[in-house]
Design a protein around this ligand. Structure first.
Ligand code: GRF
Length: 182
């Protein structure tokens, strides 16, 4: 069975969605934020956690903890993944982003979309490369923008879609990794 590590900085709702489907596979949660909800959620679920705050050799420190891990899922992780971590997991690091990439990469994408008066947005699961939200797309779901949407209501609806496509994308990637034998 594949072993998955989840990295996150925030509330951890995507982690929770992944956990519902991959309770046996998720074996570690790492955060850079001491008070992050994702750590609380992991602890409540009995999953080992680690705190790796920013600073020198962050990627090397994280990598050291990932012995035996097959797949990394970023779930609201607010840092760039760099070497040596990045090259140790080629096509083995996924991220969820709240827009239809390549449109609106970067922070608070739902605010950028509203400012642009766009009619549709969505979310994307993609492989992580050295750029900001530039890796190959695995799965996307569209989300309509409603007339009265605020940043909060739009983000909440995008998150509902995220919680659908992230587990689905992980399933696809695991299937590829095991040659379809899942
Ligand atoms: C999500 O909207 C995700 O797209 C972005 O960060 C947010 C994380 O939310 N990368 P959560 O911590 O999973 O609730």
């Amino acid at each position: 069975m594949a072993k998955i590590a989840v990295l996150g900085s925030g509330t951890g709702s995507n982690f929770q969605a992944l956990l519902e489907e991959f309770a046996d596979e998720i074996v570690l949660v790492i955060s850079d934020q001491p008070g992050a909800g994702i750590l609380e959620k992991a602890k409540a679920a009995g999953i080992p956690t680690a705190l790796e705050e920013g600073g020198p050799r962050l990627s090397a420190r994280i990598l050291k903890r990932l012995d035996g891990i097959d797949l990394i899922c970023l779930a609201g992780y607010m840092r760039l993944v760099k070497d040596p971590l990045l090259s140790a997991f080629p096509k083995r690091i996924l991220n969820i982003h709240p827009s239809l990439l390549p449109m609106y990469p970067g922070k608070a994408a739902w605010e950028q979309v509203l400012a642009d008066k766009a009619e549709v947005t969505g979310c994307t699961v993609h492989y992580v490369d050295a750029g900001i939200d530039t890796g190959e797309v695995i799965l996307q779901e569209k989300v309509a923008i409603l007339m009265n949407d605020t940043a909060k209501t739009l983000h909440a609806r995008i998150q509902i879609a995220e919680h659908r496509i992230y587990p689905e994308a992980v399933r696809l990637v695991l299937k590829k990794m095991t040659g379809g034998a899942l």
